[in-house]
Design a protein around this ligand. Sequence first.
Ligand code: SF4
Length: 357
Amino acid sequence: MAQSLRENLLENKPYVDLVLGPDSYRRLPQILEQRQQQPDHVVDAKLSRFEVYEDLFPRRHAGINAWVSIMRGCDKFCTFCIVPFTRGRERSRSVSNIIEEVTQAVEEGFPEITMLGQNVNSYRHEDHSFADLLAGTAAVPGLKRIRYTSPHPQDINDDVLLTMARHDNICDYIHLPLQAGADRILRRMNRTYTREYFMRLVDRIREILPEVGISTDIIVGFPGETDEEFRQTLGVMEYVKFDSAFTFKYSPRTGTKAAEYGDQVAAEKSQDRLEQLIKLQKEHTLFRNRQMIGKHVTVLVEKESKRSAEMWAGRTDANKWVIFPKQSARIKDFVTVEIKAARGVSLHGDIVSLEQK
Ligand code: SF4
């Protein structure tokens, strides 16, 4: 916001005191002091090539999942995305520093951590890759679950997948943004992979991690997308049958290359495509969830179900929500649940055994 809307904020919102970018937090005390001494607002939106807030650990309240930022920025430059301009170049924290923060989160009672980054699997610090970081973090005593988001398909490799397979506490779940299923659109998006690459990658993921849950992001109505190209996206969905998907109508972001493309798709057409896509994804989610019926899955008890005070809600390793009667289980317990039904996006079942926290 500060990077891309700075001028607008200063002109139209005169009551704004400070406009700070994502790399300015460390200077906050000096900036506040400066604001005391000058009548005018302060703007500090410079991006850093190095800032990763290495030594600043967030103060956390009790909970299930601790978000741990491992890298910042993005060098991929997808043509629809403003992130490389607002977050700057990729830079990563050291493995030792991340493990220190994870250890602290575990000591504070968090059973799960999620590694965060704009492009999490392009993590690189000195000689350490993302797979090295995963392996190092998996060895933190008491850490029950590791998740990460969001990776880029180009940077998912065998090292990452085999590391996931080797460690029980790295969840069998990958969020794998497809964005589009036609090669011409992928090229216009500058996504750096083809439809074929994506489908072979999914094959490889499922070969190494047979129980994996895969979710995705898809954009419809990207500039120039034809009916046939949209059908190719549906074709990839049919092939993969994602467990879930975040679906979006393309909307131009000022300052991106795609916003300047002349062949924007009409709003009604995009809406129609979005509805088709949502309908198909619902079928696939149900298809995947029905395959779980009769299975025993490990669930981390996370919260009371929204529907009933008698039920718990928790997620499987593969990131599927399961609703089940509470019995004697408590929040943060790991329970084995027999899946009895698949309804909507969630699974329903009964506890068959319980591991108290
Ligand atoms: S969509 Fe993701 S990979 Fe592409 S530029 Fe944005 S943050 Fe980077």
